[in-house]
Ligand binder design. Sequence first.
Ligand code: ADP
Ligand code: MG
Length: 256
Amino acid sequence: MKTVAPIVRAEGVHKSYGSLEVLKGIDLAVAPGEVMCLVGPSGSGKSTFLRCINHLEAIDAGRLYVRGQLIGYEEHDGKIHELRETAVAKQRRGIGMVFQRFNLFPHMTALGNVMEGPVEVKKEPKDEARERARQLLGRVGLSDKADSYPSQLSGGQQQRVAIARALAMQPDLMLFDEPTSALDPELVGEVLDVMRGLADDGMTMIVVTHEMGFAREVGHSLVFMDGGVVVESGDPDVVLGAPRHERTQAFLSKVL
Ligand code: ADP
Ligand code: MG
């Protein structure tokens, strides 16, 4: 995997909110088709890091590349300039994001939610977008819910629509921020199954999760973050089975 150009590369990424330093130099690389699970205690900077990857947050130092392209900035004569919002928006289209809380439009059906990005942002013809939205709803197991509104769907179904919605923009990178944390326990499996299917299809994914079973079975790599740094990373079986660092051991003893 090392010789392949990474989809995501972080080099010394720093981020502060005022005097609070949240990311203290994150280095990592995600290869095409890799599923990287990001775990760590609350407040360790996981969400902030994901948000930096699509430049929902500006970074203070370091570099973040997606497909070799600097995200949120351009470099001229060794100097870094922040890109305009339109250019950033273009970069973001290739990156799907799914959050803990389902971000569906309540006044649109499941099908409407999935079509919205391609039609409004990419200006795709409606028939085409509708056809692909139907396929995507099928892919997340919701063919029969196309005409349902979010309020008529369970949390797990809503989250699967949110995944289909992200996929509709045809990303080659998907970021998941605790996608199952807000769900009733019995609904977690159906969302993880959809994510497993995506992984099997070769999607590159970064998944912030407390689901260690998923990390072990589906993840190709596991990164343990604490206090804004990567404490240790590697094969999920190795990190989960034989954590080297005391902080990793302490965290895992609580969640496993
Ligand atoms: P995690 O996702 O690992 O729980 P976060 O990235 O959400 O961690 O947060 C890391 C730290 O940054 C926390 O101390 C949090 O309170 C702080 N933080 C996050 N977002 C903001 C913000 N917009 N303004 C100020 N502080 C923030
Ligand atoms: Mg978080």
